[in-house]
Design a protein around this ligand. Structure first.
Ligand code: APR
Length: 239
């Protein structure tokens, strides 16, 4: 980082960021995918065949957002966003709204959002707080059975890929927090950042991951502790 006064920063986050708020992660012993088969609830085929099950799964997750709050890691990332002198982009795979509730603005939800639904017919997108079922009419076109969670399912193309790729073209510092690094394309961003010349790559996770080898620094520990610590260090290095 020597010599760079306005380094460009990209942060990629995953389920580990929200774990300490009480939002379950996906993999691991008590992860969400332990209780569900992914293809039963998170695929376009499942939505076609058993929409009741898919709606129940996402209704449950949407409702559970009312029980959780942002933790120290979400707040620290917002501090970084506000105080960082170079360009800043936070790309999250998380579909919860905890970053926004902490005040995040420069944030892209590459896997969609629990609090949004969209119509597969007229393509309108709506903010949605309540339960949804296959009889809920689209507020725009009034057709029933077409509203779905605005979530990127397996086999679908994540959102904002062009914007993210553009940010990675000029990234100086790449930070990856709480992701297992097994779901692509997000899992490929660290490697891309290396190829594009990022000089500092920092991974925060409880443990080593599939993508750990791409990082110049690994910080093992809970996000609520390690993220505020890292943010404090990065900002004081610039001062
Ligand atoms: N602090 C830091 N890291 C943590 C914490 C914590 N408190 N708790 C868990 N982790 C780490 C785990 O060690 C694991 O590496 O967070 C990671 C969570 O991994 P996953 O459950 O696989 O979540 P994620 O990487 O976000 O999943 C990617 O998979 O199913 C899809 O679309 C879903 O966006 C999701 C994608």
């Amino acid at each position: 980082m020597a010599g760079l006064t306005h380094p460009n920063l990209v942060v990629l986050t995953g389920a580990g960021l929200s774990a300490e708020s009480g939002v379950p992660t996906f993999r691991g012993s008590d992860g969400l995918w332990e209780g569900y088969r992914v293809e039963e609830v998170a695929s376009p085929g499942a939505f076609k065949q058993t929409p009741e099950l898919v709606h129940r799964f996402y209704n449950m997750r949407r409702a559970s957002l009312k029980e959780v709050q942002p933790n120290a890691a979400h707040h620290a990332l917002v501090r970084l966003e506000k105080e960082w002198p170079g360009s800043f982009l936070h790309v999250t795979q998380n579909v919860d709204d905890l970053n926004e509730r902490a005040g995040a603005k420069k944030l892209l939800h590459m896997h969609g959002e629990l609090k949004k639904v969209r119509c597969t017919g007229c393509r309108a997108v709506f903010t949605w707080e309540e339960d949804l079922d296959k009889y809920t009419p689209c507020p725009e076109c009034r057709v029933t059975g077409t509203l779905r969670p605005d979530i990127v399912w397996f086999g679908e193309m994540p959102y904002y890929i062009e914007e993210i790729t553009r940010a990675l073209e000029t990234v100086d510092i790449f930070i990856c927090i709480g992701t297992s690094g097994v779901v692509y394309p997000a899992a490929g961003f660290a490697r891309l950042a290396v190829e594009k010349g990022a000089s500092r790559l920092i991974e925060i996770n409880l443990e080593a991951t599939e993508i750990t080898s791409h990082f110049t620094e690994q910080r093992h520990g809970a996000a609520s502790v390690e993220v505020p610590r890292l943010v404090g260090q990065l900002l004081s290095e610039l001062a």
